[in-house]
Design a protein around this ligand. Structure first.
Ligand SMILES: NC(=O)C1=CN([C@@H]2O[C@H](COP(=O)(O)OP(=O)(O)OC[C@H]3O[C@@H](n4cnc5c(N)ncnc54)[C@H](OP(=O)(O)O)[C@@H]3O)[C@@H](O)[C@H]2O)C=CC1
Ligand SMILES: CC(C)(CO)C(=O)C(=O)O
Length: 312
């Protein structure tokens, strides 16, 4: 089978799902890429006009119960939806399927590996994109990069197959020597920027300027540096500066995915960020007051949502 006929399936028709589907379709055509849905989603999506940068976006969607195992599977849902996504994707996973999670946080790969087998899961960190989804409309100017790596012996050929496919699909990637450090570096950024933008209801310029949000950004990231040392990962302030500089390359009016959730009154990934920091910090007896403050602020915002919103 050549790389043009490899089949890719995406779980999560949101910001990143649309971003990668459109890139793959533009390079390789629409035939071998589709989204997975249950009956309700398929019906709902058929009645919804989707767009990317103002242009209509069309896509294939298949009933998740009626599909066969595929070559590549991209998991692109929010943290709260991961457990349902595992059910959605189960018929698409066979012994040769390679699974990639573009989710933020430090544990989605572990959760997926527990269900489907660790040999199938390559590690991935999605960074540098300025994707913003409001409703069914995605805008972006920077598609970012997927940082890839392995943590299980014997995955070299899976990684080689994937990078060959990405070369043809025009998806930017790097292969990381230390994927755990990369995962934690991005986690540190999200714990800072995503939570601060949501908690203070602001955008990148509001967080980067001197003031309380900026203090929270730096404080929350420094707590992750301390935690990373306890966990044997060893992030440094140089890593923090690298990630803050990355945010400075994005549009000052832009907002991260978590603030997009807040604006749409969707429950956020707070458990994947300060929730995880607090759980790990408790294990080490490490105080994390900035993350405690952000956690409480975000929970309070969510508690004031008018009614249970739909996930999208
Ligand atoms: N947006 C960004 O710029 C970046 C995001 N990330 C991370 O990537 C992950 C995805 O984020 P993002 O793309 O923004 O998320 P979105 O909220 O834009 O999209 C997630 C989509 O998943 C769908 N979904 C939920 N459950 C299921 C299911 N069981 N089966 C099929 N579809 C499902 C939802 O659709 P429905 O409406 O039908 O429920 C929703 O549209 C997150 O972990 C985020 O932190 C990482 C880097 C950048
Ligand atoms: C920090 C950022 C914007 C990186 O692209 C991100 O990961 C997010 O929006 O969740």
């Amino acid at each position: 089978m050549n790389d043009y006929t490899k089949t890719t399936v995406i779980v999560g028709l949101g910001a990143l799902g649309m971003l990668y589907a459109s890139q793959i379709t533009a390079a390789l055509g629409p035939d071998n890429i589709y989204f997975l849905g249950d009956r309700e989603r398929i019906e709902r999506y058929r009645q919804t006009p989707f767009s990317i940068n103002g242009k209509p976006f069309s896509f294939q969607i298949e009933d998740c119960t009626k599909v066969r195992p595929v070559d590549f599977l991209i998991v692109a849902v929010k943290y709260g939806a991961l457990s349902s996504a595992l059910d959605t994707m189960s018929a698409s996973v066979g012994p040769d399927t390679t699974i990639l999670s573009v989710m933020n946080g430090i544990d989605s790969e572990e959760i997926i590996a527990e269900r489907f087998g660790r040999e199938k899961v390559l590690y991935c960190v999605a960074q540098g994109m300025d994707a913003m989804r409001f409703g069914s409309n995605l805008t972006y100017t920077r598609p970012g990069t997927l940082c890839l790596g392995t943590r299980t012996e014997g995955q070299e050929s899976r990684l080689r197959d994937l990078t060959r496919y990405f070369d043809r699909a025009g998806i930017s990637y790097t292969v990381e020597a230390d994927i755990v450090k990369r995962l934690w570096g991005k986690f540190m950024l999200n714990v800072g920027i995503n939570q601060t933008c949501m908690a203070f209801e602001t955008n990148y310029s509001g967080v980067l300027a001197p003031g309380k949000p900026n203090d929270a950004l730096i404080g929350a990231m420094k707590e992750v540096i301390d935690l990373s040392k306890k966990e044997g990962v060893g992030l440094s302030e140089a890593d923090m500066d690298f990630y803050i500089n990355l945010i400075k390359t994005l549009s000052p009016e832009g907002v991260p995915s978590m603030r997009q959730d807040g604006m749409a009154r969707r429950y956020s990934e707070v458990e994947m960020f300060s929730g995880a920091v607090r759980r790990l910090a408790a294990k080490h007896g490490l105080p994390v007051p900035v993350n405690d403050m952000l956690y409480e602020k975000i929970k309070k915002i969510e508690a004031a949502y008018p009614s249970l919103p739909h996930e999208s």
